[in-house]
Write a protein that binds this ligand. Structure first.
Ligand code: TRP
Length: 334
């Protein structure tokens, strides 16, 4: 049986933190190691262009996504790691799909609707203020990313599920029109991470709250952030509730099940906050010290990253050309 094709993309937007790691990076790297699947992992740099207009930054952030994946264990020889902008067929297919996309389908896409609602609330007379066509047609470009590689499964956060459904709809319209199964129908694989990871102030960890712990960070800085995590005022020796503790929630995602159990007992027995934080710091370093060194090494070696991108361009390009030539034959441009 042919291997399942798994594909996901990440917009290059900055340095990863623990929330990104738990929600997206760790699951992606684990998937990339499965032998019954072929993974396509790419940097959605043209999607980032809808909002990021600093060329140097876009380029650096793109390197950063690749270096992050590799540092955490994604093997670019096993999976296909590429930059979206290196595959011109993506943009060719994007136009074709646009011609199959009812305009109303884009009006209903969440990100666009959210912007319109914001304008409404702000009393803007132009409800489309701040919306460029890249934002508006974002789901079509994403459908092209997905359909061009013959993708079966798309691991994404729940905010992206609607986009995968749009890709599926467009694939169906197209297949029906030409009466053949040119596109595989993709399915979203939504990480049902039940708990949101809290940041150091207890709210959801997010760069926009500035409460995040970056995973590739100098040890002194990590220690400072961990020491700033909010706790209750219970004293050493007083029992503590692990479930309501941010320190414990962060420890848990880094520790093994048996370490987690042992830590729960320590909370019941009244571990001092200082000691609980030290334990978190130690687990953090055990998890990220080596990847941080590898990340830095890669970031200092852009030629190596370019070499990896050019390999990805060849492999992803091959798959892309195969499907694109079927599309061209069907629509009558080849
Ligand atoms: N839109 C996705 C995000 O913002 C990134 C992305 C672009 C993507 N193309 C994709 C994800 C294709 C999965 C498949 O997170």
């Amino acid at each position: 049986m042919a291997r399942q094709i798994v594909l996901t993309g990440v917009k290059p937007t900055g340095m990863p933190h623990m929330g990104n790691w738990v929600g997206a990076l760790r699951p992606t790297v684990e998937l990339s190691q499965a032998d019954d699947q072929l993974g396509y992992f790419f940097i959605a740099d043209y999607h980032a262009l809808t909002g990021l207009r600093e060329g140097k930054q876009l380029k650096q952030f793109s390197y950063s996504v690749a270096a992050t994946w590799i540092a955490l264990g994604l093997d670019p020889a096993k999976s296909v790691l590429y930059r979206q902008s290196d595959i011109p067929e993506v943009f060719e297919l994007s136009w074709v799909l646009a011609c199959f996309s009812p305009k109303g389908l884009m009006n209903r896409a969440h990100a666009y609707k959210a912007q319109v609602q914001k304008n409404q609330e702000a009393g803007e007379t132009d409800l489309d203020a701040g919306v460029n066509m890249g934002v508006y047609t974002y789901p079509i470009l994403m459908a092209a990313d997905i359909l061009l590689m013959g993708t079966n499964l798309v691991p994404v956060g729940s905010d992206q599920q609607q986009h995968v459904e749009i890709a599926r709809d467009l694939a169906q319209y197209f297949n029906r029109q030409y009466q053949r199964e040119i596109f595989t129908l993709p399915e979203a694989l939504v990480e049902e991470s039940t708990a949101v990871l809290p940041g150091i102030d207890g709210r959801k960890m997010s760069k926009s709250y500035n409460n995040h712990i970056p995973i590739f960070e100098a040890p002194e800085r990590v220690r400072k952030l961990i020491m700033r995590i909010q706790t209750d005022s219970s004293l050493p020796g007083e029992p503590k509730d692990p479930e309501s503790s941010t320190v414990f929630q962060l420890y848990r995602v880094l520790a093994s099940p048996s370490e987690t159990e042992a830590m729960k007992r320590a909370y019941a027995e009244g571990i001092a906050w200082k000691d609980a934080k030290d334990a978190l710091y130690d687990r953090f370093q055990e998890t990220f010290a080596e990847p941080t060194a590898r990340y830095k090494e890669l970031m200092a070696n852009p030629q190596e990253l370019e070499r990896i991108f050019s390999e990805g361009r060849d492999r992803a390009g091959q798959a892309a050309r195969k499907i694109m030539s079927k599309v061209r034959r069907a629509i009558g441009t080849a």
